[in-house]
Design a binder for this molecule. Sequence first.
Ligand code: GLA
Length: 377
Amino acid sequence: MNDKIIKEFKDRFHQEPSLYASAGRINLIGEHTDYNGGFVFPGAIDKVIMAAIKPNGLDKVRVYSVDIKEYVEFGLEESDVPAQSWARYIFGVCREIIKREGIVLGFDAVFGGNVPLGAGLSSSAALESCFAFALNDLFNNNSIGKFELARIGQSTEHNYCGVNCGIMDQFASVMGKKGQLMCLDCRSMEYEYHPFDPQGYKLVLIDSVVKHELADSPYNKRRQSCERVAAHLGIDTLRDATMEMLDAAKSEISAEDYSRAKFVIEEKDRVLAVCAALDAGDYETVGRKMYETHEGLSKDYEVSCEELDYLNDIARQCGVSGSRIMGGGFGGCTINLVKDEQYDDFIATAKEKFASKYGHEPKIYHVNISDGAHKIQ
Ligand code: GLA
């Protein structure tokens, strides 16, 4: 991939670029907790977006996507927002750096990657983090802190892409470290690295290939439900809510808002339980909690879909230790923690059963926990 992107850059712009990359992410547990001030437990993966970039001395950005095979030019003023949705991620990152009084001048770029799109692996965060990291290096002498780079990606989603997301994806993409998951407290923004090397188990993602689009989707509505309940309880976020508080207010809020908040309160505790189980090497408890999360996401938070519930059922039937829908929901992948000896049978069964029900096989992704945003050359 490196060579392809650099060659494309040289063919188009006849210059020697720098090359940067940033990663997609998995999340072991802690879904829809980030924008509620709770905990998340993600890690960066070895599926990345890479960009070859060089300042061009002009007042515009010229960028080519090798995967979409599209070329776009845009200026750096607020009114220059491009029409193509993929280009808005890059434009948004430029604008968010400028709004923070950082410097972005004209540049040329070619980018591409192998983070599957719409699979819940945060290809958009990888794209934002890659450009935020690169523009910090090229124009700002790396003076913008890494956490702020993640916030620049998050603000890009809010202000230019219509997704009112939390910080998890961009945080994982920027801060990820090889072989380590990160337990992030999304209220204090404190985080700890936890080694992840499950001996005797494999982590595998199964992609239903059902596409989800978070903009204008129920994602923002879920967030609104949580904010409504927090406001009703007189607290900043559901991080400070307990089931006792929620039950006391049950008759004053809608049944739907109650279910959403119940999931978030329960999920918050599950992340801490998984952190402790992981440190103790107790992967069966980790797996059990993953199933509980799936149940909550499917029944209470209602962000699953038939195909993902079916993949979860197959995992249970095969005796897989843990399985759940991963990411924002409404399609994408399940994440599965599988004993080595069950792995082959599980994958074969999942492919066969899914294909006979839906007419196509799910995609299987093996991921390794890897480094986040970095310069390659
Ligand atoms: C998406 C968002 C994240 C997070 C997850 C759900 O990936 O971008 O901020 O809310 O959904 O956990």
